[in-house]
Design a protein around this ligand. Structure first.
Ligand SMILES: NC(=O)c1ccc[n+]([C@@H]2O[C@H](COP(=O)([O-])OP(=O)(O)OC[C@H]3O[C@@H](n4cnc5c(N)ncnc54)[C@H](O)[C@@H]3O)[C@@H](O)[C@H]2O)c1
Ligand SMILES: O=C(O)CC[C@@H](O)C(=O)O
Length: 527
């Protein structure tokens, strides 16, 4: 019988499902070394947010087939390492959506009516009715940042409560926002007009410190901020200062830069204008049952040799088909990710063209992999092979699949064309004989580049001196160039330059690159 390790507190409903097919050991509170010592015995591992699964633990897990995270975020699992070892990682993208949305609304109401402080006051024997005169949310403007699963549910309830709604989400269509009763606006307008601002976004390099002193400076003095998404999206010191000085009216926070919230945090010193909870967004009986069942069922299925429905790292295909397509799935995901960063805004149409021998293959998984890559900038680990198509549809992305077996530059190649709010971009890629991915075309300019973690792509006039200037500029910012390729169609016409970099590009360097004479466009890419 296979063995499953459960190392965080999981609802019994999940344990019961696992027990149908496996021996289940619940061991909570083990140290990292103790986990490394025992993991070689186990075929599956189920966790919540309390266990951090490291590279060393995965390396020790010789029998591990699947890791299940009972929740959304897999930021506590080394997913690339699990993928390298062929371990499926699954999560529960929707099991706690309602719980998190309801918590955000509870926080908004608690903050508006000073419920926590009024409660403490009565329990302390006081009767302070004048001190706790609140504000109504009816007819007030709610600014929703991130109109995904949780943001959408918040919108539908807030609408019923009579709120007017603005939303900011660069990856959502106007039609989708309309359906939810939200006016899609830019962030600046949302900050200026909203009475309540609620955050429902992943923490990414774009969203880190999104709510900083400058953003807060744009808000109304009566504005209130709610964050039940991820810590690090709000600059906590700037928020505490603004609240102390009465520059905004309040904040309700469930998530923090460091959890548990540290002893000396300035947030702890504030009064009734702040409501704090200890990451309780998913903590309802219902959500814990949902995520436990969702993930336990997937672990059971994988142990029985069936595909998982919410795999974060491997498509839900049977092993034979998967093995054959695996290099092309990786290619499709890489190209999807690349073209979304080139497009730089909302993509409205993705054309996936399978070329050469690839045109004769089962294509659905390749298209889904391209969509997964395309959406990964917006959705991170929440997009998987199961939900990528639905997510794309909900975001108003039209997908066209074409085949052309006559294009034979490589045995099989894949061409993606993304049309979006900021223009149109294309990328092509192929798998070489050694199984390596090559980017063979960018915006119809031929190149031959292996994708790397950090890249810089420019569109420029093919003229003497330009490559040297970019090289010197990167050097002056201490950025090391690993390789460089220029692709052009005609001499002294337009060209693209693709640089693979050893280091991330520091803030501000793109603006400097754009000032170089002859540069038409420049884009940094992280793959
Ligand atoms: N507090 C909790 O216990 C708890 C529970 C569940 C989820 N969460 C967190 O809530 C957040 C939202 O979860 P979800 O399930 O709705 O995710 P989702 O993936 O369905 O939605 C996230 C949305 O954010 C948008 N987005 C991405 N980058 C953006 C940006 N720079 N600006 C504006 N919008 C951007 C995406 O387009 C997407 O629509 C996640 O961070 C998740 O980890 C917290
Ligand atoms: O396990 C939890 O309670 C955290 C849940 C939440 O942050 C998630 O990412 O699903």
């Amino acid at each position: 019988m296979p063995k499953v390790l459960v190392s965080d507190s999981i609802d019994q409903a999940g344990i019961d499902i696992l027990s149908q097919v496996a021996q289940v050991d619940v061991q909570i509170g083990l140290s990292p070394q103790e986990l490394i010592n025992i993991i070689p015995e186990y075929d599956a591992w189920m966790i919540r947010s309390g266990t951090r699964i490291t590279k060393e633990m995965i390396a020790a897990g010789d029998r591990l087939k699947i890791i299940g995270r009972a929740g959304v975020g897999v930021d506590n699992v080394d997913v690339p390492e699990a993928t390298r070892k062929g371990i499926v990682v699954v999560n529960s993208p929707e099991g706690n959506t309602i719980a998190a949305a309801e918590h955000a609304l509870a926080m908004m109401l608690a903050l508006s009516r000073y419920v926590p402080d009024a409660n403490t006051s009565v329990k302390n024997g006081l009767w302070e009715r004048k001190k706790f005169v609140g504000a109504e949310i009816y007819k007030k403007t709610l600014g929703i940042v991130g109109l995904g699963k949780i943001g959408s549910h918040v919108a539908s309830i807030a609408k019923a409560m009579g709120m007017k709604m603005l939303a900011y989400d660069p990856f959502i269509s106007i039609e989708r926002a309309d359906q939810l009763g939200c006016r899609l606006v830019d962030l600046d307008l949302l900050f200026r007009e909203a009475d309540y601002i609620t955050l429902h976004i992943p923490k990414t390099k774009e969203t880190a410190n999104l709510i900083n002193a400058e953003a807060i400076g744009k808000m109304k003095p009566t504005a209130r901020i709610i964050n039940c998404s991820r810590g690090g999206i709000i600059d906590e010191v700037a928020l505490a200062t603004a609240l102390k000085e009465g520059r905004i009216a309040g904040a309700a926070l469930d998530v923090f830069d460091n959890e548990p919230l540290e002893e000396g945090s300035p947030l702890r010193e504030l009064g009734k204008e702040i409501v704090l909870t200890p990451h309780l967004g998913a903590s309802t009986t219902e959500a814990q049952v949902n995520v436990a069942i969702d993930v336990a069922e997937q672990i059971r299925d994988v142990l029985l040799g069936l595909p998982a429905r919410s795999a974060v790292n491997i498509p839900g295909l049977y092993p034979d088909a998967l093995e054959k397509l695996r290099p092309y799935l990786e290619l499709a995901e890489t190209l999807g990710n690349l073209v979304s960063q080139l497009a730089g805004g909302r993509v409205e149409l993705l054309n996936v063209r399978l070329q050469g021998d690839l045109a004769n293959n089962e294509s659905q998984a390749v298209v889904v992999a391209a969509l997964k890559g395309l959406l990964s900038q917006a959705l991170r680990e929440r997009v998987n092979y199961v939900n990528a198509s639905i997510e794309a549809k909900e975001r108003g992305i039209r997908v066209i699949e074409t085949r052309d077996a006559s294009i034979r530059d490589y045995a099989g190649s894949l061409h993606l064309e993304a049309k979006g709010s900021l223009g149109q971009h294309t990328v092509t890629g192929a798998i070489l004989g050694d199984g390596e991915i090559r980017i063979t075309d960018v915006d119809e300019f031929p190149v031959n580049v292996a994708p790397t973690h950090y890249m810089l792509l420019t569109r420029h006039r093919d003229m003497p001196g330009i490559i040297g200037k970019i090289g010197s500029l990167l050097g002056s910012f201490n950025v090391n160039i690993a390789s460089m390729q220029v692709g052009r169609k005609i001499v002294r016409g337009d060209a693209v330059m693709v640089l693979s970099l050893d280091d991330p590009l520091p803030e501000g360097i793109l603006a400097e690159i754009m000032k170089v004479s002859g540069i038409r466009d420049a884009c940094t890419v992280t793959l």
